[in-house]
Design a protein around this ligand. Sequence first.
Ligand code: MG
Length: 381
Amino acid sequence: MVLPSACAVPDTGVLTERRHPESPHPYRSPFQRDRARIIHARAFRRLAGKTQVFTHRYSDHFRSRLTHTMEVAQIARTIATTLGLNQDLTESLALVHDIGHPPFGHAGERALDEALQKHGLRFDHNLHALRIVEYFELRYLDFRGLNLTLAVREGIIKHSRDYSPVKHPELVAYFLDQRPPLEAQIIDLADEIAYLTADLDDGLEAGILTLDSIRQHVSLFERFYAQIEARHPGALEKLLFNEALKHMLNALVGDLIAETQHRVQLHNIASLEGIRLVKDRVAGFSASMEALRMETKRYLYDHLYNCEELTRDHEKAERVILDLFQAWSTDPALLPASYSAQIEEEGLPRIVADYIAGMTDNFILDLHKEWQGATASSIGI
Ligand code: MG
């Protein structure tokens, strides 16, 4: 299953360069150092307090953004190892892939984007992740940020989408007219595999999804469940579920590996340059698996992500973010000094969004309660 070795990002060369040159480490590769820097970052630790899909009101055993991140790293590492890609780079990219997410999952991202759009700006979690690793993390005497390699910075912005060089001239250093290396391409797909399977699990656990409805609507799951149930009559339903889900995850990973390898052969690609210059991204699922993936995703949107119970959480999340965005925009003196110092350079709306995006769910909920209390007393309630 291994691809030609020149398809992998090497541990030397232009992609290992850092903004501020550093001497090589005696026994750690550049991407091993990046992985360590990401794990030691404050923004990484805060992923533990951020919603993936379920807020903490459900229970502490649902996935947080941190445990989701670890599942993505696990899946991505298997794919990278099997294809002979650079494992340390892949793992660094998986660990950093959600670091730019604001509190409250996608509802939080939508609210921040909505608030910024009124000022002609946008909120994009990939670009925000780049701001975190380039600017907000303060660990070194000589520079701001984590001083990550070019390959990791490129992967942060390009793992899930492409950016137009016309709309984003500030990203010109990141080879915008070329595809990212396979190590970055597989992150988005490992992310999908991780959350599609995990959200079936957590959705069932939360009592929002039922086993019958999953079996009825998710063909890939049902295919394995029916076989396993026939082989283990009388087994606990939850264990049959776990076993079927494990097979589903394995089938998605196996298909992705085989199809990616097939496309590399088909396009006669023998190097990283070949991966970069081919018209479409090389990593992907086969057509039949892609249809099953889409079916699963549609099911989760219809029955979980947009269900009434979670919609109430989303509405509350949006209200909290929009209230505080408005409060700090009206009275920037309430912002911490480290943020207000940057208003002149970046403009107030971006700085308010930066401040909010860094928060965990509980931290922003506490601030919102305080704000509500202060607002109520100022209007004499
Ligand atoms: Mg993710």
